[in-house]
Design a protein around this ligand. Structure first.
Ligand code: AMP
Length: 976
């Protein structure tokens, strides 16, 4: 506040403060209040501002500039002369109070001068201005009055500035956070972000506005709506020719074939004329069209049955779901008057929706003309206004032995007919008599979805058996679903069956003369579940169902079907069975109700796992820029990836060094097949792999700040506790995701966490061999395994019981690493000593400045009994609560390494030793050149002195001062 005119402040008594104009150092006139009644005792002069509106702030700062006379410089002043004054405030909703009692004021502080000026200074017009800033918190009324009490000093109040701090408007993760006034005291203000235009919430965006006006701990994010893609802080419309169907997709992509988008913001592309998209088709699929007509129909007539076969359409319309419908019409002898066939005609396997180009039609009337139209359809046929493409076949029953073909192709104006004589055997009367029925004699219950049948040939074949036809259907479903299969062998495995379902099977033989009769029906039921070993001789049931042939049961056949020691094709993943209650489903580990991690070992062919979970990237889209680290299999580089129709992104590129063995290649790529299964903001994201050319590479998102341990060491002491808790929360959230997917990490440590430019921490390092080979911290245990001892739960060290609960133990160690800015757990203790100490109940003490609640959470993670450790979900919730209520972090554990009775005795005799012991050895020279050569000389070192000697990092200053206090506390150990 500065003014040239009357400021209108209240001063009383009248002989106290007075408002006068003075010149500042640039000779500019300014108003100031002065008082200088130093010659008289018992002064009590008050100066009160006008009402200052609070403007929504809970905490305001008051900066005052003043000059103060040094009592010694005033000749002849009595001892009552003062060099301080008091500052007060009074909160009020009333802006026009004319009187406030002294006792109503709340004292802010007694203000003293850093500089005082003497008469000579004034004569030289050198004004030494003092600047002091104080704050008042938890304001709640409309405004407040400030007051200055003089008790006998010589003061000139030159400037008063009242201000509050705001966190400035910010956009992060596509959420906008408004200008926010900071909270009272040190409380953080939780702010809900609002999604920027054309975006929507993925997870409620939140941030905290800290007391000093900075934003902390971003949580949640928004994502661009369909039709828009992210570009820095906003969502931009998809350009014409591109689309984005879901807000979960990151970028707009080119319209799929046969589709277009003429406008911006397309959430899907429209199909070109004549092309369609079925309801269930994904928006990324090309538009398709109905198929062309089926071709080359052949009818094989057998008395009152006919088999129709045809070739699939030349053009499937771009789809894989072509099926066939067969329409039947009965025609009068003139061939012109036709009517739909009656219901007594049967179609095997069915009339509509045939997936194979063949149908058997039975129960036709003899000596009757029929026209069959075969219609090829696919998933978009019903969407097209043009008539469905058909071919027709005309037959006349009763003319057995002669297969007639009559094709009449309709569609798009083409019409032609073809007659073809297929077979000229007049066997119609002899066939059924001479080729006897085939009876299924044996079945092997193989699994829940397949059955193996066996039979003998007919006892009276009328020629060479060309093939057998097996017809089967679900019991009681005959009219709806028949399947016909053919084989030249005497056995057949029918697959794709439903578990625990009874099927009816019949078999017949065919010679060049035609088909014989079907044998008797045999009912067989699939098992309810797969069994580990099938083909147990006891389970191979022999069934003799003889209706026509009376065939002798051939015991030797049984042996053919006894398959011993076969397994179901899964290898149990290396996870813990009793802990995770796994089921096995199609060879994959399944946790009920959740997506589950699939161990690459589950695959017989590890390359298939890579294909299933990792996208192949064209090496030409990658630009390698620089080496950023060394991995187990080769160097790690940073670079850029530009995928077609996607924005260029920064990536990390791990490559497999030349001369690798096949096992090394497999192990290297296993990391990609594991990582590729995860999708979580706190798990490092796999972009893809390069396997088709050398070097083989794994491409992941780029994490600008590298690994967490190095990052913390580099920024020792530079983060607020809330920022550190934010990092822990991220790691816990990633681990919750992994444990929900039944993935056990086994090597959770700060060195295996990566940090990006937004301080987001992501769990990384998923290689199969990593714990064994890669981690320099891993040491051999007595049982032969290699384990990172300091991070690993006792049960995992002792008997390799790795579970999510052992990951929780490691997580506690990571928390300790975070709070201590990358300190080595258990310092220089040997691995053996660590194992022994843990067994004896020793736990890492709280690092310096560690809130009690965090150390307690660590101790919970280090419970000996793994069932008593918290789950990752509980850890995330606890940390969320702490972030919401930062006051809970205020109470510090205050234990330091050397105060803990269980730590080795701390005994040092020189400053250098002491600095080494407190891990501040880098300042030895600074201490020496500043003259601190003995331990007793550092006992009273001040913050100011530390800064002067070059210890400027706040974290290091705190560390040293706290260690100095410990020296005081345990003077007996210090040999000074
Ligand atoms: P790794 O083989 O995964 O242990 O990686 C070796 C080193 O490369 C790590 O310690 C990091 O410093 C660096 N690194 C690995 N992946 C990334 C990444 N995605 N972004 C940045 N640096 C990485």
């Amino acid at each position: 506040m500065s003014a040239l005119g009357d400021l209108g402040w209240e001063a009383y008594p009248s002989e106290g403060w007075e408002e006068i104009s003075v010149m500042d150092e640039r000779n500019t006139p300014m108003r100031s209040y002065q008082v200088c009644n130093v010659m008289e005792a018992n002064q009590n002069n008050w100066l009160r501002t006008r009402h200052i509106p609070r403007d929504g702030a809970q905490r305001v700062y008051i900066e005052i500039k003043f000059t103060l006379r040094d009592c010694n410089s005033l000749p002849g002043v009595p001892g009552t002369c003062k060099e301080t004054f008091n500052m007060y405030y009074y909160e009020s909703n009333n802006a026009n109070l004319w009187f406030i009692k002294e006792s109503q004021y709340i004292k802010i502080d007694t203000i003293a001068a850093d500089e005082s000026f003497t008469q000579t200074d004034v004569g030289d017009r050198v004004m030494k201005l003092n600047t002091e800033v104080r704050d008042i918190s938890n304001l709640s009324k409309k405004g407040f009055y400030l007051a200055f009490q003089d008790v006998g000093a010589c003061i000139a109040l030159v400037s008063l500035r009242v201000f509050y701090k705001k966190c400035p408007l910010a956009v992060l993760n596509l959420a906008q956070f408004p200008d926010t006034v900071t909270g009272g005291d040190s409380a953080l203000v939780e702010v809900r972000g609002s999604c920027v235009n054309d975006s929507e919430e993925f997870e409620a965006p939140r941030m905290y506005c800290s007391g000093d006006g900075g934003w902390l701990v971003p949580i949640g994010r928004c994502v661009c709506k369909p039709g828009f893609e992210e570009n820095k802080d906003y969502c931009q419309p998809c350009r014409p020719g591109t689309y984005k169907a879901s807000s979960m997709d990151a970028y707009c992509t080119k319209c799929p074939p046969h589709s277009f988008s003429h406008q911006e913001k397309a959430s899907e592309c429209s199909c070109e004329k004549g092309f369609y998209r079925a309801d269930m088709d994904p928006r990324s699929m090309a538009c398709t069209r109905p198929p062309s007509a089926a071709e080359n129909p052949i009818s094989t007539l057998n008395d009152t049955s006919v088999t129709l076969e045809w070739s699939p359409p030349r053009d499937s319309g771009g789809r894989g779901d072509v099926t066939y419908n067969v329409h039947c019409r009965k025609c009068a002898n003139d061939g012109k008057t036709c009517s739909p066939c009656s219901n007594s005609v049967h179609f095997v396997p069915r009339q509509f929706g045939l997936s194979i180009p063949k149908v058997l039609i039975t129960d036709l009337l003899s000596n009757t003309n029929y026209t069959f139209s075969i219609e090829a359809v696919n998933g978009v046929s019903d969407l097209s206004p043009t008539p469905k493409q058909q071919v027709t076949v005309n037959i006349t029953t009763g003319q057995t032995g002669c297969s007639q073909i009559s094709e009449h192709r309709k569609g798009e104006g083409h019409q032609y007919a073809r007659h073809q004589l297929l077979q000229l055997f007049f066997l119609s009367f002899t066939l059924p008599l001479s080729l006897s029925a085939v009876n299924v004699i044996l079945k092997e219950r193989k699994s829940k979805d397949s059955i193996t049948l066996a039979w003998q040939g007919p006892d009276r074949p009328n020629g060479v058996i060309v093939e057998y036809e097996v017809i089967y259907y679900e019991k009681n479903q005959r009219d709806q679903n028949y399947t016909v299969l053919k084989t030249k062998a005497h056995t057949m495995t029918v697959e794709g069956l439903k578990p625990g379902t009874t099927y009816v099977f019949r078999v017949r033989a065919r010679t060049d003369g035609g088909y014989g009769n079907y044998g008797g029906e045999i009912e067989l039921e699939t098992s309810h579940e797969d069994m580990l070993a099938i083909g147990d001789p006891n389970q191979s049931t022999i069934l003799a169902v003889s209706i026509a042939g009376g065939i002798v049961l051939l015991i030797f056949l049984v042996a053919c079907f006894v398959v011993s020691g076969r397994h179901c094709g899964y290898i149990k993943a290396k996870q813990d069975p009793d802990e995770e209650k796994m089921q096995f489903q199609n060879g994959r580990v399944k946790l009920p109700g959740s997506r589950t991690y699939v161990h690459p070992h589950t695959y017989e062919d590890p390359n298939q796992a890579v294909r299933d979970f990792a996208k192949e990237i064209d090496a030409s889209t990658i630009r390698i820029e620089r080496v950023i680290g060394a991995g187990e299999f080769g160097e790690v580089c940073s670079g850029r990836l530009k995928l077609p129709s996607k924005r260029e992104i920064y990536v990390a590129i791990k490559s497999l060094k030349a001369g690798y063995s096949e096992k090394q290649r497999r192990d290297f790529l296993s990391e990609a097949s594991i990582m590729g299964q995860f999708d979580h903001p706190n798990i490092i994201r796999l972009e893809g792999v390069v396997t088709r050319c050398k070097p083989v590479m794994i491409i992941t998102e780029y994490m600008e700040n590298g690994s967490l341990d190095t990052f913390l060491k580099k920024h020792d002491g530079q983060f607020t506790v809330i920022q550190l808790v934010g990092m822990m929360r991220g790691i816990a959230s990633g681990m919750k995701y992994l444990s929900d997917m039944s993935y056990v990490h086994r090597d959770l440590a700060a060195r295996n966490i990566l940090v990006n430019s937004n301080l987001v921490c992501k769990v990384s390092d998923f290689g199969l061999s990593r714990v064994l080979e890669d981690d320099p911290e891993a040491a051999y245990t007595t049982r032969g395994g290699k384990i990172p001892i300091r991070w690993t739960a006792p049960e995992a060290i002792a008997y390799r019981k790795f579970t999510s609960a052992s990951d929780v133990w490691s997580y506690g160690i990571v928390m300790w690493e975070v709070i201590s800015y990358g300190e080595r757990p258990y310092w220089e203790m040997s691995n053996q000593d660590v194992i022994k100490a843990i067994d004896e109940g020793y736990r890492l003490p709280a690092p310096m400045d560690c809130p009690v609640v965090l150390h307690q959470l660590m101790l919970d993670c280090w419970e000996k009994s793994r069932s008593e450790r918290p789950k990752f979900g509980q850890i995330v919730n606890t940390l969320d609560k702490l972030i919401r209520n930062p006051n809970s972090l205020k109470e510090l554990a205050n234990s330091s390494v050397w105060e803990d009775p269980t730590t080795p005795e701390f005994s040092v005799s020189t400053v250098d030793e002491w600095l080494d012991a407190v891990n501040m050895g880098q300042y030895k020279d600074n201490f020496a050149s500043a003259g601190y050569v003995s331990l007793d000389s550092i006992l009273y070192i001040s913050l100011c002195e530390l800064s002067k000697m070059g210890v400027t990092l706040v974290g290091h200053q705190k560390k040293i001062l706290s260690a100095v206090q410990s020296l005081h506390a345990q003077g007996t150990h210090v040999q000074v």
